[in-house]
Ligand binder design. Structure first.
Ligand SMILES: C[S@@+](CC[C@H](N)C(=O)[O-])C[C@H]1O[C@@H](n2cnc3c(N)ncnc32)[C@H](O)[C@@H]1O
Length: 463
């Protein structure tokens, strides 16, 4: 037995594994250590022991790695928002490229695939166009707040990793543009002073649940979405009016209402409180109306890099039929529409399809159509084989029935957009009998996190 639970080990971190943790070996036994990077020498305490690996937390950083940088955010190391802030940005990019290549090698047995260097994000801070802050009646104190008279019965902020009910009272988040922090502060002050109680994530009682902020990078405008557990116009309307008064850049305030226990900031109902019901943003030449609950890539400039890569890998001539699976609000379909004959988008969520149709009208695009439903069922209704298949599934990747249908359809080219290299590799493995993976381009949409977006170009094998 190489290590035991609670044991303190001294070791050198030799790599950073997929999922973001540092890796050390004790007599060949793998130990994953959170918040470490290659070259760190640490004393770490084993907190979990499994058959093939253990997990540990740093007790003391004995020798810091040269790959470390001083994180600018005071919550770094405590907040689940961005866990890689202490790693030099060029090294983050390198790790992302390597994690894609390793997933393809180990899961799809495709060692040697051309995985290009990760395209960096234009901005490494202030890049997020959407933030969700949770309310909680259990505030997680920072070390300097312990033993002070800090009120622990209210928090509005980001979660501490590994806990669902404890929340930091986040004063500022560097991932959002600066004005977002001033709006966050004004909303916090209002909620704290209000006589409506904050929601308890254990008790499931209380009123104030989430604050969601959306930012339009193109127009520097904001949407404020206050999520509450019940309808109470008297409580939320003054907040909307106050925010509009104090922040002229806030052009939309809405209230989502949800009685569900799940920690998702989406309401069963939405009440429009002030300004416009939607926020308009722009990717490249295209405008998009985004409602509070629409899916929209969270790094707008990153989305442009991503779609440029999709366009390059699609290599369309203008006459082709493109099938866009998991099309969301139609952003990729619209991006490709002027380069193709026709684009057909398939999507599960009715409001996303409605947004996609509206987005086409806004942008004068008339060669896209959208089919609503689960792709498992709707893909079968496509009778012609498209020239290009675009696939952009959620983290879980494609359902195996969908993979089977893609194999049967067998278009000449596939552009697969993935936010999870493990499911990309799994799906590519299922397609590799008939497709070659020509190239993969990671695009950094999420600096300071271990999340990886990448685009793969698959071409049908000859003969
Ligand atoms: C990663 S998003 C991609 C959105 C879009 N391509 C974009 O860039 O904005 C995945 C989309 O797949 C949709 N989706 C998830 N499961 C689905 C299914 N079984 N059938 C159809 N669409 C699905 C989700 O609603 C979501 O809009």
């Amino acid at each position: 037995m190489a290590v035991k639970k609670k044991q303190i080990i001294e070791c050198e971190v030799i790599d950073v594994a997929f999922g973001g943790k540092g890796l050390a070996k004790i007599d060949g036994f793998a130990v994953f250590i959170d918040q470490t990077v290659t070259g760190d020498r640490v004393a770490a305490r084993i907190i979990r022991k499994k058959r093939n690996y253990a997990e540990a937390v740093v007790q003391e950083l004995l020798t810091p790695s040269p790959l470390r940088v001083a994180p600018p955010c005071p919550y770094s190391g405590f907040c689940g928002g961005c866990k890689w802030q202490f790693i030099d940005y060029p090294h983050q990019l390198d790790l992302k490229r390597r994690h894609v290549a390793e997933s393809l090698e180990h899961i799809a047995m495709l060692g040697g695939t051309a995985v290009h260097p990760t395209l960096p994000s234009d901005h490494v801070f202030g890049y997020r166009n959407k933030m969700e802050f949770s309310c909680s009646d259990r505030r997680w104190l920072m070390p300097h707040e312990m033993g002070t008279d800090a009120d622990i019965s209210f928090a509005l902020g980001l979660h501490v990793p590994g806990t669902f009910h404890k929340v930091l009272d986040t004063r500022a988040c560097l991932l959002q543009p600066e004005a977002g922090n001033r709006i966050l502060d004004a909303v916090r002050t209002y909620m704290r002073a209000s006589d409506r109680p904050v929601y308890g994530l254990r008790t499931h009682e209380g009123f104030w649940r989430f604050l969601m902020l959306r930012h339009s990078a193109a127009h520097d405008r904001w949407m404020v979405n206050v999520v509450t557990a019940a309808e109470d116009r008297e409580a939320v309307q003054p907040l909307a009016d106050l925010v509009r008064d104090q922040f002229p850049e806030v052009v939309s305030v809405v209230n989502n209402i949800t009685a569900r226990r799940s920690g998702v900031a989406i309401g069963e109902r939405e009440i429009h409180l002030a300004g416009e019901p939607v926020l308009t943003d722009r990717i490249g030449d295209f405008d998009f109306d985004i409602s509070a609950n629409s899916f929209f890539q969270t790094n707008t400039r990153g989305a442009q890099r991503l779609y440029e890569t999709v366009g390059r890998y699609a290599a369309l001539e203008g006459h082709e039929t493109v099938l866009d699976l998991y099309c969301g609000t139609g952003t990729i379909a619209i991006w490709l529409a002027r380069m193709a004959g026709e684009v057909i988008g398939l999507e599960l969520v009715a409001s996303a399809v409605a947004d996609a149709r509206k987005n086409c009208r806004t942008n004068g695009i008339d060669n896209c159509r959208f089919i609503l439903g689960d792709i498992k069922d709707t893909l079968a209704s496509i009778e012609t084989v498209p020239d290009l298949l675009v696939i952009d599934p959620p983290r879980a990747g494609m359902h195996k029935d969908v993979v089977g249908q893609v194999v049967k359809m067998a278009p000449e080219k596939i552009v697969y957009v993935s936010c999870n290299p493990a499911t990309l590799a799994r799906d590519v493995l299922a397609l590799k009998e008939i497709y070659d993976v020509e190239a993969v381009q990671p695009v950094d949409m999420f600096p300071h996190t271990f999340h990886i977006e990448s685009v793969a170009r698959l071409v049908k094998k000859k003969g």
